[in-house]
Design a protein around this ligand. Sequence first.
Ligand SMILES: [Fe+2]
Ligand SMILES: [Fe+2]
Length: 322
Amino acid sequence: MHGTVRGAQFVGTHRQAAAARLMGKAQSSRSRSVTVAIAAPERPNSLPQVPGSVRKSPPVVGPTVSRDVVRGLERELDTTAQSLPALRRFHTLLEQLPADEVHRRLAPVWAELCYNLESFNPVFTAVLLKVQCTLGQSDYVRRDAALQCLIVPLAGEYGLAAEYKLGKTHRQLFADFYASVTGQPLDAFLASHPACPHAEHFFASMLNDVANGGGQADAMSQASYALGYNLAVEYLAAYEKTWMLDAFRVLNDRVLAAQGKTLDWVFLEVHAVGEPMHAELGHAAVTSMVPADHVHILRKAMHDHDRDFAAFYNACADLLEA
Ligand SMILES: [Fe+2]
Ligand SMILES: [Fe+2]
């Protein structure tokens, strides 16, 4: 986990700089002989209780769900997922956009994608929190292993990767890609507050599902739901990003290159390569700590994400047809 270490050093560097700045402020305050009285906080009578993290039983140390079982759930997605035909529909339409309509039809889709791609970050954070809140109920080592798997993709969103120097954030990479296709800076587009109702609705659904642990009753079950949800996100993203790269390659060869565009492929290539690895990490997070008798919770979470992911991409496909 050198990336995490590097990240910590990076944060530490900034903390030191911030501390130095704060020291400077303190010194200048002292030089003006300003005395600030700080009241000591009152000691609470009892510690606040964190819902779901209160130990009700000994940590779960029974068998966890096996790799074969998780592979079976992934194969169910391969054959029954509603989002795969939705993704196929969207990317086929993208490849076939009429040359003189490309930019008009893509405009609302850019807004949706920009919001949607970033909205996964708070969802990942919610997944982490659900797992962390099994503190006292899940096994110490298993919980830690799952969290390490979950943090790697989230860190990558902010340019942190093991054994690499700090890179561009994925938001920066998306902005570079957008500018190369449209010839316009992304910040100017976003400053016009383009509507993205489908991405907003999708984000609300995802966060509601994960933050509520799928309505499961206890912290362990809610964490299993969050881990199943995360697995579905990453597993389906591997299809999504591979097909998105393929579709833009076709659109580039047919239309964009002839328009004089030189695409910045890094965003698409990084994700086409990275999402299958994220899917493996999501898989490993599940097998690290989800109890073997929580398969039905995993299946429910994966289905919930697939349903809403399909609705989002069908809405984006509708926009390309408009
Ligand atoms: Fe990303
Ligand atoms: Fe991912």
